[in-house]
Write a protein that binds this ligand. Sequence first.
Ligand code: 5RP
Length: 259
Amino acid sequence: MDALSAQDRAKKAVGIAAVERYVRPGMLLGLGSGTTSHWFVRALADKVADGLEVRGVPTSNATKDLALELGVPLVGFDEIDRLELVVDGPDEVDHDGHMIKGGGACLLWERIVADAADCYVVVADTSKLKDRLGAFPLPIEVIQHGWESTSRSIGRLLQHHGYPAGVDLVRRVDQAGEVVITDSGNFIVDAHLKEIDDPLVLDRELNWIPGVVENGLFTGLADEVIFCDPSGEVSIMSCEHAPAGRPTTTPHGLRLTSP
Ligand code: 5RP
């Protein structure tokens, strides 16, 4: 009997489907973090075991450990420049492919890897698709020094954009009550916004605040989202006509033409 929940079966199905649809021999890949992305890494490992030659850059120590355990060859940005394909999962994704990420506290490395992507594919079960982002608290990675002040600055920025003065900004702790420290040694402050009207503006402006290293709004990055619903049906959403995200030096627009 399959012990996976329907949601986990959907996550596994998109991981497998993403390998089949996008991965080609010789590719340099960005390997996402979280349970959905880890199904992609497992499906990739099966192909590697069958002789597929690819190399991957992990977006977290957890993904690095999984890839090493399963025999997926890794590479670093000291050796390579761009990634032909990055596959990663969201906490929420809207109909333009804008996302909230960082539920696993890996947003900084995920964003660095995303910035090197020629093609960025999101893998998600359909529960992640939202008309509007924000029910999932927005993770913001801040350096430890002065984090209380940084948090107050975040509150002022949010208020400036019309969010309530008392919006909950909570330094993340784990299930044991220990403060979460990211792979880069930073804290996560989760902003409980409930609804985000202006993801592109917030994505840009949160990063202006001294002490903010990165925020979990990933806007204008996705080329395609690959979904699976609880019945096992896989579908593709193109983000070709989505509004551009925050300004970056990365030349996006290299979208898939012949998947
Ligand atoms: C980690 C992330 C994850 O990709 C996100 O939390 C989705 O996780 P999952 O696939 O387990 O639902 O952003 O920082």
